[in-house]
Ligand binder design. Structure first.
Ligand code: GLU
Length: 300
């Protein structure tokens, strides 16, 4: 089995991203699998200078050992272009020059339809004769339900036409979209087990749809609850989640294991970092992770 951790270098590692790293690492290493690290640095404008190196140094200080070289999405555009061309050949791609306002206005007096990830694209450009520059590339979706069983969250089903609409694979500014890049990389890197935050659960059907259209296998998914602050907001750079302090690595690792439902014994904190990892790998069980999309993290 091959797992991965795929941080976006928009800021230093915080407790929320540590959880995804710990869970994906334990899932792979408890089964003698490989664990790869991939920097999702496609969105250069959102990137924070030095964050990628900082994340890698933090992972190292925590004792994570990744297999192979770290992959950087910013260096893999030709792979994403190849996949886009494959979809183009199947007539699944069209160009779109709609602005956000035009998308909202396209609903013509009717209230704009909000899906689970913003406005549902009403297909305006599907049959438009002339598209202005700059334009995005969208993939055509259909209304066949996409269903999968998540190892933590259970059975999930989505209807892309109803819940999302045709979605963007390449943005008007020329950047490849996360949904395309993640699917291509998970395939090229032969990832079999994806463990990540439940904030991405709603993206998974879009990714499975692309896998189906590109004839890629679908990996096994497990979405862990995201950590939220006491105001109910997901810990993230936007909510000013503090960077994790590597000086506190043993206690943070125990807090992460505890958040993930693994019930580490009280006296584990007197152990060295490597002994805590040993315990974690020996006792890891994905089925012990709580079946919730979000849990308040309140370190005591
Ligand atoms: N880069 C994404 C993030 O940091 C994770 C993508 C994934 O695990 O599929 O939220």
């Amino acid at each position: 089995m091959i797992g991965r951790f795929a941080p976006s270098p928009t800021g230093p590692l915080h407790f929320g991203s540590l959880l995804a790293a710990v869970a994906s690492y334990c899932e792979a290493k408890s089964q003698d699998g490989q664990w790869l690290v991939r920097m999702e640095d496609l969105d250069k404008p959102r990137e924070m200078a030095g964050a990628a190196d900082h994340i890698l140094r933090t992972l190292e200080a925590f004792g994570f050992e990744w297999d192979g070289e770290v992959v950087y999405q910013s260096r893999r555009s030709s792979l994403y272009q190849d996949a886009l061309s494959q979809l183009q050949k199947k007539s699944l791609i069209y160009q779109c020059d709609c602005s956000r306002k035009e998308i909202a206005d396209a609903y013509n007096q009717r209230p704009a339809q909000h899906g689970i990830d913003g406005l549902i694209y009403p297909g305006t450009c599907r049959h438009k004769a002339k598209i202005k520059l700059p334009h995005a590339s969208r993939v055509v979706v259909d209304s066949n339900p996409i269903a999968f069983t998540d190892a933590i969250q259970g059975n999930i089903q989505q209807n892309l036409a109803h819940d999302i609409g045709d979605f963007v694979l390449k943005r008007a500014d020329g950047l490849y979209a996360y949904q395309l890049a993640v699917v291509v990389d998970d395939f090229v890197q032969e990832i079999t087990h994806i463990v990540r935050g439940a904030d991405l659960l709603d993206s998974t059907p879009r990714q499975i749809y692309l896998q189906q259209k590109l004839n890629y296998p679908t990996p096994q998914y497990a979405h862990i609850p995201v950590a939220s602050n006491t105001a109910g907001e997901k810990l993230s750079k936007q909510t000013l989640a503090p960077a994790i302090d590597v000086g506190q690595a043993p206690i943070l690792l125990i807090q992460a294991l505890s958040f993930l439902g693994q019930q580490p014994p009280n006296d584990l904190s007197t152990n060295s970092l490597s002994d805590i990892w040993l315990w974690a790998k020996q006792h890891w069980g994905i089925k012990k992770v709580p079946r919730q999309r979000s849990i308040t993290f309140n370190p005591s």
